[in-house]
Design a protein around this ligand. Structure first.
Ligand code: GDR
Length: 321
């Protein structure tokens, strides 16, 4: 039986990946952080079928002990602070977990269990203000915030440990991926959750930053399928994962409110506290390598994703009334 360790199993991606691996008959060990309060809501439905371990990515001994005890065939590192904007308030912590945490993990794998396959959660934030449009695996990186910079360190370390030590390490350069399990601090879920509240009379306005900001948004569950595929190849490699489409925050609002028979212009307030500088060039994925080598394609369309998220928020809010 294949055994997998998912670091960050309680997050959006970790929980979808946990489900996917269980469906495929994989034994799942989930690592959750010991140092911060943990919300287990996303994994309530599978919690009896997985084994949980607590630890910190700043603790080399805990990482070594976990890998020594479980000797997982596959290790998925999805444990990281995930907000690029908020990373300006926690540069050192983000560097320690998203950057050095990966150094500790790779060292543990190298020393304790070099046969393990390792997945590193990289991000389109590596591209920053991208040099080329669309972006693929050869596009130069120029991250612009502490999160992207820590992720770049982790990405290169994964690549170099593969080349230098022959470890099976892959880096998934994932563009934005969303779902009903997305944190409320991210713009998509902030929109669907607040729009649903407005529909139910629980809120009157939605404060957003730049409505012209554009992103390549896909469905998180589709992206965990790509993670799994990357780990099953004969040779390890890095892959860009996205939809090859971009949409603006405005379009997202228009659709989300539209599904609730509301006009976003009546409720959305542009608020400077949420403004970020716009990218000079668009972030948009060229996932042709993944499509060719992994046979991977995003399954869910943008409109379906918005609808799924709006419906889920409306359902939850109504059932909690
Ligand atoms: P991002 O996601 O920074 O791309 O990182 P986020 O949803 O926060 O921002 C997307 C775009 O929306 C614009 N925006 C707002 N964003 C937020 N959060 N709140 C607002 O009110 C708002 N108004 C407009 C932003 O300016 C931005 O352009 C996500 C995370 O999942 C990372 O972990 C991951 O690496 C990248 O995606 C790929």
């Amino acid at each position: 039986m294949v055994k997998a360790l998912i670091l960050g199993i309680n997050g959006q991606d970790g929980s979808y990946l946990g489900e996917l691996l269980l469906e495929r008959g994989v034994e799942v060990v989930g690592w959750i952080p010991s140092s911060i309060p943990v919300n287990l809501e996303n994994i309530q439905h599978i919690i009896k079928r997985i084994q949980l371990v607590e630890g910190s990515l700043s603790d080399q001994e805990a990482i070594n002990a976990c890998i020594e005890e479980h000797r997982p065939d596959e290790i998925y590192n999805l444990a990281s602070p995930s907000s690029p904007a908020a990373s300006w308030d926690s540069t050192v912590e983000v560097g320690d977990i998203a950057g050095l945490g990966v150094a500790r993990l790779l060292e543990a794998i190298r020393v304790v269990h070099p046969a393990a396959h390792y997945y590193q959660a990289s991000s389109s934030e590596l591209f920053g203000n991208p040099v080329d449009v669309p972006q693929n695996e050869t596009t130069p990186f120029q991250p612009r915030n502490p999160y992207g910079i820590a992720k770049l360190y982790a990405h290169w370390l994964t690549v170099r440990y593969r080349q230098e030590y022959g470890l099976y390490g892959v880096s998934g350069i994932l563009f934005n991926h969303e779902s009903p399990r997305r944190g409320l601090q991210f713009v998509t879920r902030k929109i669907t959750h607040t729009a649903a509240k407005i529909k139910l009379g629980l809120e009157s306005e939605l404060h957003l930053g730049n409505l012209d900001a554009r992103r390549d948004w896909g469905f998180a569950r589709d992206y965990t399928e790509a993670m799994w595929l990357m780990m099953q190849q004969e040779a390890a490699g890095d892959f860009v994962i996205g939809t090859a489409e971009t949409h603006s925050v405005r379009e997202f609002c228009e659709l989300a409110f539209g599904f609730l028979d509301l006009d976003y212009r009546d409720y959305v307030v542009q608020d400077p506290q949420f403004y970020r500088p716009l990218e000079k060039r668009q972030l948009i994925a060229d996932y042709s390598k993944a499509s060719k080598k992994l046979g991977w394609h995003p399954k869910m369309k943008f409109e379906e994703l918005v609808k799924l998220m709006v419906d889920a928020d409306l359902d939850t809010l109504q059932s909690n009334r």
